[in-house]
Structures are given as C-alpha cells and as structure tokens.
Ligand binder design. Structure first.
Ligand SMILES: [Zn+2]
Length: 447
C-alpha cells in the first residue's frame, strides 16, 4: 500500500464497521511506515479527545478497580436481554476525517454567524475562544492544584458523588518536547518527552506506555489548556450542550451543561465518569490574559448537585524542577511495557462470555499460560502479578451472567460469581474488550 492511499484510508480505521481485510492492510502499512504511524497517532489522539469511545485501548489494569467500587446488582446475574446498539459509526467516521486534517487546532465557530446574526453570546464566545487559543501559545509552564471526588488509588477518570475529594497536582512544561506529570496519592503518570511512565501504588507496578496511549483520561483536557475551549466548542456543536458566557470583574465565566454520554440501556457505569454523568462545567478565564483561572464541575442528579472537580490554583510560567518529569525505578523493579499487541488465537473469534469462562478456567487451574493470554500482567514478575496469582489461583467459578454494555466502555461487562480458595465469595462484573488490531478479548478490570 502507498503512503498516499494509507493516509486517505486511515480514516476508515475509526469506523466501527470497517472491513477487516481493509483494516489489516492499512494497519500493516502503518506498522511499517514511520510517517503514516505518526499521522495515525495524531489522528488517534484527536479522536480520543473528541470522542472517548474511540480511544486506543486503555492499558490493562488501569480500570481494574472501577468495578470493585460499584455495587453489582443481583439482577444483573440473571439473564437479561440487552439490545445491541451501534455506537454512531457515522459520527466516528466524521471525527476521523476531522482528525486526519487536524481540524481541531483551528477554532470552529459555535454557530454560523450568517444564520445567527443576533446571537451575541455565541459570537462573543467565538471571539474569546480564538483569543484564548492565541494566548495559551505563550505559556512556558503551568502548575495546577485541584481536588477530584474519586478513589485515590483508582484510574484518573473514575469519579463518583460518594467519594471524598482527593488532592491532585498537574505539572507541565511547554518546552520542546513538552513534558508533564499528573499525580494523586495512589497514582502518578509522567510524560518524559518520549514515554508515559506510570506508578500504581496499590499493586506497586511500574508501567511504560508510548506517547499515544490514553492514560490520563479526563486530565488530557487540562494538560492541553490551549485545547480546552476548542474541545468544549466541539461538544456544544455536536450534542447541543447548553452554555452561558458572562463577564464580571475582569473575568469571563463560561458555564456548560451536558447530558450523560453513552449507552445507558444498562446504567451500570452511569455517573462513574464526568462524560457519563449529567454535568455542569464552570470555567473562569482572565479577561485580559485569556488564560484559564478556575474550573468547577458538578454532577447533576435531578435537583441534587455534587461538586466533583475543583481547581484550587493555576500558576503559569513558574519554574518546575526537571526531576518531576522523570520516574525512578526502585532496585529490583522493572518496567512493564504496555504496547504489546495481544496475539492470542484462543481469545479471538469467540464471545466475551466464552472469553471470561476461559480466563476463569486459567485462574482456577493456575494455568497462567492460558490466563496471561487475555491478561498480560500475569506474564510479568511484578508484585501485582504475584498477588493476583496467590489470591485468585485455584478459585471456583460459581456462575457467569449474560454480558452487557454500558456507558462509553467499548467492551462488555460479564457478571460473575467466584469462590476463592480462601473461602471468600466475590460477585462482580469482569470488563473485557476486543477493540485491538487482532480483535483479541483482553481483561480490562473488574476482579
Ligand atoms: Zn506510509
């Protein structure tokens, strides 16, 4: 395949109905051609930013604990008919086209001025947004202190009204290459200019992922302040979110109210992330410098509002120690690479339920060769892998329920009940996805 064709047809990879033969041809070229690979990474990054269900596979383990935090309801174990919903493949394709031309870098007017001549607020918003994009090009560094209602030890996108507010810090230098660090008590991610380095305290794991992986999830928007408004503009345009812009005491207030996104025929993941909640986002910008000064996000449940995210301070152009942009490996620890492509033959061309059954069979017989084909962590020598083998090896599978989809998760949840050799019974939903090049089912979390 020629580069020119590849760059044109790359768009089709973002369509969930892509022809598998085409997919394979394009991927083969991308894997061999650095130029197309770089374009593909960019397209993926933009697609991720615009529509989370197109994100490249989130690393295994990161979502592990989400499901532990959500109570599994008994009725989910019963057979239930879950309608299959085709998640908007046409929209995905349009996003892909946009991604290919990196349209996102250019401000897209919220409304067409010729048809909405009298819409003062929208026009004011457009001009402010364009000014803000220019202003942020002059930032050299930034430090954000914020609080998020989440589990300190879980992935970055998990939020919930029942959690405590947890302190987070974001550091970024906009030098070339840009570097950043996002941290909370149980988890740190550093981008050192080449790789994303992740430390997960709970399982004491050190992971390494390429630049294109979506590890920081929701925080991507704050890591790229120049894109905050462009992204919000796109959301307003694409889903009709309501917005109000106001100006007071030298500050500009932009308030956006959105409905939960995703498929909630089964509402298992409702309100477990910001996008999957009805929410209101209140931005404050400095009118003069046009820089972001504050943000508060609320989850809305009927008349009840819960503060979920609050920026306490943002400082621009401060000195940041270079040490913060590296992560040191303790003696005896090793990086676990997250860029391995799943290649298992056993875990493809089967249903998610069968894949879950095989995974539990592996755990039950302590057959790590089998279980690690769908859960790569088991191949590593990490504390996390050891702990899982000790706790879950020799378990008994009591029952499996019918798989269901929920929210924006690109895979499926499979309800299960197991009995550990310690005698403890666990009922949860195993999260599995197969949105990878070889369509292999991989375990994402939920145990
Ligand atoms: Zn090429």
């Amino acid at each position: 395949m020629e580069c020119e064709n590849c760059k044109l047809e790359m768009v089709n990879l973002f369509d969930s109905n892509v022809n598998p033969a085409n997919y394979a041809t394009i991927m083969l070229h991308i894997q061999q051609c650095p130029s197309c690979q770089s374009d593909f990474e960019k397209a993926k990054a933009v697609a991720t930013m615009l529509k989370p269900q197109n994100q490249p596979s989130a690393p295994i383990l990161l979502k592990q604990n989400i499901m532990n935090q959500l109570k599994m309801e008994e009725e989910k174990m019963k057979t239930q008919e879950v309608k299959k919903v085709n998640l908007n493949s046409r929209f995905a394709k349009i996003i892909g086209v946009a991604a290919a031309v990196v349209l996102i870098m250019v401000a897209i007017p919220i409304v067409d001025n010729t048809t909405n001549v009298f819409n003062h607020s929208a026009r004011a918003a457009n001009s402010f947004i364009e000014g803000s994009i220019r202003a942020t090009q002059y930032i050299k560094s930034m430090v954000i202190n914020l609080k998020v209602r989440t589990d300190a030890y879980d992935n970055f996108s998990l939020v919930g009204t029942k959690y405590e507010l947890v302190n987070h810090k974001i550091f970024k230098t906009f030098a070339s290459p840009a570097k950043w660090r996002v941290e909370k008590p149980g988890r740190t991610v550093v981008f050192d200019g080449t790789n994303q380095l992740i430390h997960i305290a709970k399982v004491n794991s050190y992971l390494k992922a390429p630049a294109g992986y979506n590890v920081t999830e929701y925080f991507q928007i704050l890591l790229e302040p120049e894109k905050v408004l462009a992204k919000e503009q796109n959301i307003i345009k694409s889903d009709g979110s309501k917005f109000i812009m106001d100006e007071k005491n030298g500050q500009v207030y932009l308030t956006i109210t959105s409905n939960a996104k995703g498929n909630f025929i089964n509402d298992y993941t409702k309100n477990s992330s910001i996008d999957e909640s009805d929410n209101r986002r209140e931005y404050i910008f400095d009118k003069e410098t046009k820089l972001l000064k504050g943000l508060r996000i609320f989850i809305l449940e009927g008349k009840k509002e819960t503060l979920i995210v609050e920026i306490e301070s943002i400082d621009y152009n401060v000195d940041i120690s270079e040490n913060l942009f590296s992560l040191n490996l303790p003696n005896g620890a090793a990086w676990q690479e997250l860029n391995q492509v799943a290649t298992s033959e056993i875990f493809r061309n089967i249903s998610s339920k069968r894949a879950a059954e095989l995974f539990f069979e592996g755990l039950s017989k302590s057959n790590w060769q089998l279980a690690s084909q769908t859960f790569q962590l088991l191949n590593s020598n990490t504390d996390g892998a050891k702990r899982i083998k000790e706790n879950y090896g020799g378990l008994t599978l009591v029952r499996l329920g019918e798989p269901f989809k929920s929210g924006q998760y690109p895979g499926e949840y499979i309800p299960y009940e197991v009995k550990l050799k310690s005698g403890k019974t666990i009922k949860h939903n195993l999260a599995m996805r197969n949105d990878n090049p070889n369509k292999v089912w991989v375990v994402d979390g939920g145990f």
